[in-house]
Design a protein around this ligand. Sequence first.
Ligand SMILES: *Cc1c(COP(=O)(O)O)cnc(C)c1O
Length: 394
Amino acid sequence: MTQSFHPPVRTLMGPGPSDVNPRILEALSRPTIGHLDPAFVGLMDEIKALLQFAFQTRNALTLPVSAPGSAGMETCFVNLVSAGDKVVVAQNGVFGGRMKENVERCGGVAVMVQDDWGHAVDPQKVDDALKANPEAKVLAFVHAETSTGARSDAAELCRLAQQHDCLSIVDTVTGLGGIEVDVDGWGADAVYSGTQKCLSCVPGLSPVTFSERAAAAISAREHRAQSWFMDLDLVMAYWGEGAQRAYHHTAPINALYGLHEALVILEEEGLQNAWARHRLNHEALAAGLESLNIEFVVDAAHRLPQLNCVRFPAGVDDAAVRRQLLQDFQLEIGAGLGPLAGKVWRIGLMGYASNQKNVLLCLGALESVLAQQGVPVDAGEAVAAAQATYASHA
Ligand SMILES: *Cc1c(COP(=O)(O)O)cnc(C)c1O
């Protein structure tokens, strides 16, 4: 007989999923009710208000798409890009490349603005591209590039979009809950995120929010969106304000209990406190890594505190280290992607996983495993460097 599945208990310090807060796991196990049950409709209203809080927006069109971050991305593109539309896409890592894919699958034309992996998007290049393509309808960019750990200036990029009369599409899957996301302050138009990064919830939902300008552009479309499932006109009959809550698809009831709990936890902590916690744990980790002569890919001014992308010491067997961290320490860190594959590790400090215990565990584990790989390591040095950072902030 096949047995029930019992996963090993890991510490997740990769690019996501991140450790799920036990309060959220408990919320997921509460009894399932109908997706049109009045009690559930009340929960939906609370989730919407909590998402508005997390995104810092008053946008009425704010909801969790019933599928992972990639579906939030696709929801933004299929609703805002029509055949023949020109879209300026800034790429500085993996996810900008996916934006290009989305534009082209919608029949649009992507004008690419490239920056090196590990660099922030250069607003000057974006401005030049928008000037050279005055007919462009949309500017799309990634706020928090998980493949490299670079943070781009979302406020400035959204301002450029407005100045050139474009809508902005912003990927902040890894940003939300970890660094400032200020949808209304930025004047962003279509913003999507994910649940399994800094919200520390299970994967499988994608919070999205649309400005009034974006909502107006969606209602003014001449053709129906190419996706039935992600067509916001249809989705809003279920999620919309004063909507009849007409059946569109069966909401992932229990996953939404989890998201509600994740957002309640964020509200209890407060946005500023959550960002400060991510910052401090990043600084402690960075102090420890630097004591091991491990260098960051991204310069200090543009680093994401929740995603630490670092070059590992020369001669180290990348896969062997990660395997041993998993076997001996139950610790998962991420490998490099694309041009950075085989060159870097991506150490996540996201949401619930961003804490002192994990920072010290990771540094102690790296000291041990690197020493076994023949790297000269002074045992205890990295842990001490991190502890000194905490002490100086106490
Ligand atoms: C993780 C991630 C996505 C995709 O989210 P999934 O939930 O894996 O579909 C998109 N963009 C960025 C920047 C991400 O980090």
